[in-house]
Design a protein. Structure first.
Length: 452
């Protein structure tokens, strides 16, 4: 008697007439489809030309993106392939198979619908009483850009390369003229070589113009502070005047860099113990009172979190509400940001030092040097006193338990570590999509747990 289940591949499959019979009742696909139904059609970009083939349904396309991102499928080509191979994706796509160009175009053009869906999922969580907007945790993490750091060039080096390329182009043009009709040179090789150098020269010229524009904008932003210093110096007498303030420089520094693939990305590193990477600083505000849902997202070009706290809290949709307390690590320690939140009626608990980054029983050698000094600024002293209290310690411990696991899940479980789009605006839209996929996955689990 055989102990094996029949494996007859010639037997025709008797498929169920309804694809829903293949999907478990508690599958995420059902939740995503219901969540997308809450998004108004007006939030989508619609092709109004009235020509060509009929469009795929907009809600179906959005559900397809969310479901795929929640299952670690980010590439438009992989999403297209999944509509054939993955039963869950096939169900969400209603047995349709949009090509990768259609998927990529829809993703680029419908970030407004993603933002609206992000809001609707949070409002659904409030309706289900799974979201409490009292205490939130704020953090940021570096995600690779869709660009190589080896495509970054400094202002000075770009100028040198432009001059070198102009000489090479001139030499190639002279060779092309001399070889015209002689048959000594390949008639196709020289034009291609010239075109490659001209394209690289144009890219380097554009990089220099970007750096010059950034330098001018920076100087304009610093001009008011410079004029205030000049006016204050003019009121002083004698030696009290001090040195004349240095005016803002409108020219970029020789070492300032721009990336040729994604000019908006920056060279960043997680800490001094990590290598530099071409990346963006993705920010998230997370509910710290149980749900661990992402409430607000932003993408920063700055590696430091020092000036990101207020902007992150403001990024929470107004319809969701405003928190009472915000928790953040030492990277956000900025007295002006803390004061600005206080003016909005939001208390901030921010770590005042980096001493806590070393474990009590750290395996690394003990760091030599002076003992950590007490904070001198008044706001730092007040913050240290808050954190030393029993209530402050209990609240601040929530930060590590809430926001850090969210980034861990996004990077490890979802597998999202690198943006697929380029440009800060598009990257911010993709980060919204990642957060939306995470929220759907998280809220779906919370809903199932509450129903048991």
């Amino acid at each position: 008697m055989s102990k094996f289940v029949d494996c007859e591949r010639e037997q025709a499959f008797l498929l169920p007439p309804d694809l829903r019979d293949w999907i478990p009742e508690d599958d995420l696909a059902h939740f995503v489809i219901e969540a997308v139904e809450r998004v108004a059609i007006g939030a989508f970009k619609v092709n109004e030309r009235g020509t060509g083939s009929a469009q795929y349904h907009l809600r179906m396309m959005l559900a397809l993106l969310i479901y795929c991102y929640a299952n670690g499928i980010f590439s438009s080509r992989r999403i297209e392939r999944a509509t054939h191979r993955d039963i869950g994706v096939r169900f969400v796509a209603v047995n349709r198979h949009p090509d990768h160009d259609t998927i990529a175009t829809f993703r680029r053009e419908n970030f407004a619908a993603v933002a609206e869906s992000f809001l609707q999922v949070l409002l659904l969580a409030k309706e289900l009483k799974l979201l409490k907007l009292g205490v939130v945790s704020v953090d940021g993490s570096k995600f690779d850009a869709s660009a190589s750091k080896h495509r970054s060039v400094s202002y000075a080096r770009a100028g040198e390369l432009v001059d070198q390329l102009r000489l090479e182009i001139g030499e190639l043009l002279a060779r092309a003229e001399a070889a015209d009709g002689s048959g000594e040179e390949d008639p196709q090789a020289l034009p291609k070589a010239i075109a490659r150098r001209e394209a690289l020269r144009d890219q380097l010229d554009a990089a220099r113009r970007r750096l010059e524009a950034q330098a001018k904008a920076r100087a304009e932003a610093e001009r008011a502070a410079y004029q205030a210093k000049v006016a204050a110096r003019a009121q002083r007498k004698g030696r009290a005047k001090g040195k004349h303030p240095k005016p803002p420089d409108e020219a970029p520094g020789r070492a300032e860099q721009s990336n040729l693939s994604d000019p908006d990305s920056r060279l960043m590193r997680k800490s001094k113990n990590h290598e530099y990477r071409q990346a963006y600083n993705a920010q998230a505000v997370v509910d710290a009172e149980g749900s661990q849902l992402i409430l607000g997202t932003r993408v920063s070009q700055c590696a430091s979190d020092r000036n990101e706290l207020v902007a992150n809290i403001v990024a929470i949709p107004a319809a969701v509400g405003r928190p009472e307390t915000a928790l953040a690590d030492n990277g956000y320690a900025n007295g002006e940001e803390v004061a600005a939140l206080a003016e909005r009626g939001i208390e901030a608990l921010v770590a005042t030092g980096a001493a806590g980054r070393r474990r009590r029983h750290d395996f690394r050698p003990a760091q030599a040097g002076a003992a950590p000094t007490e904070p001198k600024a008044e706001w730092l002293q007040a913050m240290a006193a808050k954190l030393a209290s029993e209530q402050g310690q209990a609240l601040y411990q929530l930060r590590q338990q809430t926001v850090e696991p969210v980034f861990g899940i996004i990077k490890t479980v979802l597998g999202f570590t690198r943006f697929t789009l380029r440009g800060q605006g598009k990257v911010a839209g993709e980060w919204d999509l990642v957060a939306l996929a995470y929220n759907c996955k998280r809220l779906h689990k919370l809903e199932l747990a509450s129903a048991r």
